[in-house]
Design a protein. Structure first.
Length: 166
């Protein structure tokens, strides 16, 4: 049976509101060092978090077991997506990244580089980009480059320069 009297629910509502406004997933920008002009073309990027890399099973008497955490996982990966321009901004950036050795550092902002609540610095990154499909019948979608971003995150958080980003 559901407990749903209004006073009970109001208590949860008030406690939830007191925790603060929720973060909206879209409120971010991704900026690659050396290619700062392309930050508005990144449609999707991973938000890095530090946590343990997994579990270690520890044998115990009588066939039982316990858990211990592994080292922190600093080598991470996540999906990226970039919107291409007629000038070839992303295509040119990808070629330039390869000619520079393929690796780069970047920042992921909660907000924009001009106004942000915080940013996270990632290091020694590279991207594996999937070949996009071009389609004569598709007149309703922009060209998007998608792939996987591989990076290292060591928990570095850059304090924001604004109380909000609007």
């Amino acid at each position: 049976m559901t407990v749903s009297n209004s006073e009970y629910l109001k208590g949860f509502y008030n406690v939830t509101q007191a925790l603060g406004a929720k973060v909206v997933s879209s409120d971010f920008t991704f900026e690659i060092e050396g290619f700062e002009q392309n930050y508005l073309l990144c449609k999707q990027a991973p938000w890095p978090e530090i946590s343990v890399g997994g579990e270690i099973e520890v044998p115990m008497p009588l066939g039982s077991a316990g858990w211990e955490p592994q080292q922190a996982k600093v080598n991470q990966q996540g999906q990226v997506a970039f919107m291409e321009t007629i000038a070839g901004s992303i295509d040119n950036m990808l070629v330039n990244l390869i000619t520079r050795g393929g690796k780069f550092n970047a920042k992921i902002y909660e907000g924009t580089p001009q106004k942000f609540l915080k940013a996270k610095r990632i290091e020694n990154c590279f991207m594996q980009i999937d070949n996009p499909d071009r389609d004569w019948e598709n007149r309703s979608q922009i060209l998007i480059f998608t792939g996987t971003l591989f990076f290292h995150y060591f928990g570095e958080v850059i304090p924001g320069n604004s109380g909000n980003y609007s």
